[in-house]
Write a protein that binds this ligand. Sequence first.
Ligand SMILES: Nc1ncnc2c1ncn2[C@@H]1O[C@H](COP(=O)(O)OP(=O)(O)OP(=O)(O)O)[C@@H](O)[C@H]1O
Length: 864
Amino acid sequence: MTAIDVLASLVRGRTGLVTHVERVPARSGRPAQWPDFVPEDVLSALADRGIERPWAHQAEAATAAWEGRHVVIATGTASGKSLAYQLPVVSRLLATNATALYLSPTKALAADQLRSLTGFDVSAAVYDGDTPRAERDWLRRHGRLLLTNPDMLHHGMLPQHARWAGFLRRLQYVVIDECHTYRGVFGSHVAHVIRRLRRLCARYGTSPTFVLASATVSDPAASASRLTGLPVVAVTDDASPRAGVTFALWEPPLLPVLRRGHGAIDPWEAASPDRPASGVVGSAVGVGGVGLGGEGSLSLAGAQTGAVTVHGVVAGHASASGAGHVTVTPRVPAEDGELWSPGPSDDHPEELWAVEPPEHHDDSPTYEAPAVGEHGAPVRKTALRETASLLADLVAAGVRTLAFVRSRRGAELVATMAKRGLRDAELDFLTDQVAAYRAGYLREERRALEKALRSGELVGLAATNALELGVDIAGLDAVLLTGYPGTLASLWQQAGRAGRSGQEALCVLVARDDPLDTYLVHHPDALFRRPVEATVLDPGNPYVLGPHLCCAAAELPLTAEDLPLFGASEELLDGLLRRRPTGWYWTGHRRPTVDLRGTGGEPVAVIETGTGRLLGTIDAGSAHSQVHPGAVYLHQGSSYVVDELDLDDGAALVRAEEPDWSTHARDVTELRIISTQATIDAGPVRLSLGEVDVTSQVVAYQRRRLSSGEVIDERPLDLPERQLRTVAVWYTITGDPVAGIEPADLPGALHAAEHAAIGLLPLIATCDRWDIGGLSTARHQDTDLPTVFVYDGHQGGAGFAERAYAAATDWLTATRQAIAACECPAGCPSCVQSPKCGNGNDPLSKPGAVRVLDAVLAALATVA
Ligand SMILES: Nc1ncnc2c1ncn2[C@@H]1O[C@H](COP(=O)(O)OP(=O)(O)OP(=O)(O)O)[C@@H](O)[C@H]1O
């Protein structure tokens, strides 16, 4: 079956809309000669793998690295970048007693690389947080090629450099794979870790050659230079052959709402084994996806009266007549390949069925919306359900598929729902072929899943981006993306996991119910004809630089010669360290602490009380909202309830329980302007960029019924405030009334404009909406005016607000377009509602937001 056939089979019988199909053509390869330095043994090991000749770019990059030039290999996914670095590294290690370091941003990638090194006669090993203590000592003394990550380098190797002296003295190569991932605040941290490594190497008398690689880095030579602080040459001319890709953009349908006494549900929408429909107050609401083979069940309930009356069957059509009374009229499926159009049909008899509650809701980035949105807004079928349903169909058809899901919880849900879809289709024997994969699983669990996927034992895997990078799994046929992954770089990395053994791949981007996804599936050029994002790095960020100077000084006192390497000044060092005649010293009793990944501290361990079993870990930054006392926590399809969150010990104690509600944290935020760095005065509008202090606190959580999304109650929480000093962009508007809006509507208008602007910022800055915060108010204490703030969610800022300020007109124009183009009447998650709003999306005014943005854009146009 070709990729297009597979796509056609998915479209069949579904109401989700394919908004665009992009076909990326296949390309043939350009082989070259093996460079002279590659020894016979290596060539024969490669021949055993079926690699007879290098591609031209591999030979070019390998030769540059062999000659000691720092090089970045910036060719496509599956173009053989690994071999390009392995040729010089392995050849050198075989010829001398040199050592090499390989840095990868994920553990999965390091494990994958280790596998690809078997066959070469070099002692290579993974050295990361999972490596047992005893093994670490041995590796330090005898390891030749160590595969590790920047965190390990920072925490484990550099502070103990004296113990690593033998290894560092012989260090000839440092490979930085997937170098585009080192961006934003994390990238700035890694840039300093690399500078610290370079400084120590110099003390031990070496200056290793850096080899960087990424399929999705923009301006590779400049980006690689910024990261390493060295001049780097780029190899960009991709000479590998490439299979074609069929890339479909898919928009899940709006869920039909059955009003009392009239309305209709599309049969395929209603007939869903993977999600029954449920009723809400005074009206019945149809939800669901298509079942395998078009068979399914429909369940409708009239919740207010408590009268759950009818459950229907079918490949058919449903219509409601009166509260709490629903009739279901089955309809015959359409011809193959034809898309269903909703509409009533009454020529088939009715049947009754039983209600089952849907399994779980999600409150994480891939937020599982209730059947009706907040304030009665229409909602789309969630991307999670649509993905799960597509995944079940693909597994049933034997198509090996990786479904990327943005949140850990979402990955669990997709796997669980896909299994349920298979069970409902009486394909129980296939449920073992589906699993979830995410960071936070234990090492053995992850390795076992990777192996099973590779061997074909697993056919469908729902994974977070922990499996996005570099993992080479030949034979994967399809990739599903549950929502835009936040950057084009991620999009192409995820898409690049399929089609690696030459067969045409299918990639489907399933839009989430948010403004950016809605915009993208209707503007394919913004995906397919836009370069990958610039790798924004700011090693000069004082929140990043300062701590690394302390680390560097703790490793070896800093001297004046070190200042240019870090871009630091003597004044800065004087403020941080003790100055002595021989340099600047760290005099603290404990090692300086640095939060490399900006996760807000050490991860919190999730532990099952009773058994003491460690279920996994959760970022410190997410702990308050995800594992607060009372929170429902999911792990490998099992549900747990948190009894206690011990922030001092970094542990959340949970017990297995399956309540019929989900939990959703609520927070409150306050913002103060500290300083203004730049402003644009445009008549009634002033646009500013500056430093702000944001104080936020998770204060409560809601429990929502799984079957209907209905809010059961809101319970207070007693968690500490969190402080963030960061950078914000904001605008103020004057006028009477402001932008022609009634004063009572102004807060809703600003709030709606803020939400949509946050949703659209990833279009112009390398971030996703979970990296950004916002606040709007009809009168802010510092500006005394109606103000909308959008700020970076990282200490010291991450460059996103700055980018928003620089490209404000493009950003706000896209925001306005996304709101105005949305077909909903009064605001929905596709335009102005936000899945992470601390105020429950209240108040919001969609028309008001358009007016605010019109006023801002008109004013900015006058100064353009
Ligand atoms: N010269 C070659 N001839 C034939 N096959 C090759 C050659 N070079 C690499 N390969 C094979 O191509 C596949 C992809 O290689 P690799 O994983 O190194 O790609 P990559 O560029 O690192 O991809 P990604 O960016 O997705 O990580 C591997 O299975 C590898 O064995």
